[in-house]
Design a binder for this molecule. Structure first.
Ligand SMILES: Cc1ncc(COP(=O)(O)O)c(C=O)c1O
Length: 367
């Protein structure tokens, strides 16, 4: 008998369920306002485009570990922006966008049946996918330090959170790092929204006040998709425990998981510039204020959302009712149950639409 398809282990791809609502929203006379998938819509900053173009004559294979210049750019940025100290190149690993890393980390760590992988009760679905691809057991938590450590091999944190926008405080992070070390659990902190704090200043696990100046048992995952509008480039990296990253480097070399050379060059340019990040933040801040006001005026309550690219909103009704109602107004949002059953009375509203589309959404909500 042929083996069962691997896809049988995975949840149903949720976005397919949204298609009828997308069709309904697209029927609006003035077109759809799509606030469902958080995909960047603003231009790739000129200096990044230039760096990519200048590196376009790259006939040879890139390396998985990236150029020394890329590793310098990553350690430099982590020290300047995150307050990390004493990082070496061995603490760095480029990845091909952070989603592939989330999906394949348990497998590349050699986890399998009997091992447990934990992530927040409301979370980006790929943490569960990663556990299932490896054949490990996915476990959700409300508070990570209350988990049963037995068999727990990998603990995901995500601050700021997708979908809730919640930010974990420095003390909470430090306590969790200490707990994970005490129990020999590898802690992976997905920090891809770290530069998008609005009413909170997100802290990295790499900060000495959190990790105690040692990277043992700790990994931070960063992505340029959101901060630099580079989702189309697939640019991300991990920083932390040199022993774990050294092992992953070996596996990923065998697997050919290389960031293309022009993307490596573009990443160096992006990490060296803060101006475009500030400009992009201002765009999102204005959109957030406009949408938040319009949703509140319509009776929505916004929870958390102090950071990230989303508003986590509820009208205290089933999420699919909210999705259906908004789709009739030409607005598409993501149902909260995509992120776990605990989200079944919330919707996630992304800030990733042009100013013109956000204005249209505000007008429609206020009509
Ligand atoms: C929490 C979280 N992690 C990782 C990713 C993946 O981002 P990328 O693969 O573009 O780096 C996303 C994308 O939305 C996300 O929300």
């Amino acid at each position: 008998m042929p083996p069962a398809p691997v896809s049988d282990r995975l949840p149903v791809f949720p976005w397919d369920r949204l298609e009828p609502y997308k069709t309904a929203a697209a029927a609006h006379a003035d077109g759809i306002v799509d606030l469902s998938v958080g995909t960047p819509v603003d231009p790739v900053p000129e200096l990044i485009q230039r760096a990519l173009a200048q590196a376009s004559d790259s006939p040879g294979y890139p390396t998985v570990w990236g150029t020394a210049a890329l590793r310098d750019a990553i350690t430099g940025w982590c020290e300047r922006r995150l307050g990390a100290r004493g990082l070496e190149h061995t603490n760095v690993l480029p990845v091909v966008g952070s989603k592939e890393l989330v999906a394949w980390l348990p497998t590349q760590l050699g986890l399998g049946p009997g091992d447990r992988v934990a992530y927040p009760r409301l979370a980006y679905p790929t943490y569960e996918v990663g556990a299932r691809l490896a054949g490990a057991d996915p476990v959700v938590y409300d508070s990570p330090t209350e988990l049963d450590p037995d068999g727990l091999r990998l603990l995901w944190l995500n601050s700021p959170s997708n979908p809730t926008g919640r930010v974990l405080g420095q003390d909470e992070l430090a306590r969790t790092v200490a707990w994970a070390r005490e129990h020999g659990v590898l802690l992976a902190s997905d920090e891809c929204y770290l530069e998008l704090g609005w009413e909170a200043d997100p802290v990295s696990v790499l900060h000495p006040d959190v990790c105690g100046g040692s990277y043992e048992g700790v990994l931070a995952l960063h992505s340029l998709s959101k901060r630099s509008n580079l989702a189309g480039y697939r640019a991300a990296f991990m920083v932390g425990d040199a022993a774990v990253l050294g092992e992953l480097l070996q596996i990923r070399k065998h697997g050919g998981m290389m960031t293309p050379a022009p993307v490596q060059a573009a990443t160096i340019a992006a990490l060296g510039d803060d101006t475009h990040v500030t400009e992009q933040r201002e765009r999102y801040a204005a959109r957030r204020t406009a949408l938040r006001g319009a949703l509140a005026a319509q009776g929505f309550r916004i929870e958390h959302s102090e950071a990230s690219l989303y508003l986590w909103a509820t009208r205290d009704e089933p999420c699919w009712d909210t999705v259906g109602d908004l789709s009739k107004r030409g607005i598409l949002v993501a149902p909260g149950d995509f992120y776990g059953v605990a989200g079944e009375r919330f919707v996630r509203v992304a800030l990733t639409a042009t100013d013109e589309r956000i204005d249209a959404a505000v007008r429609r909500l206020s009509a």
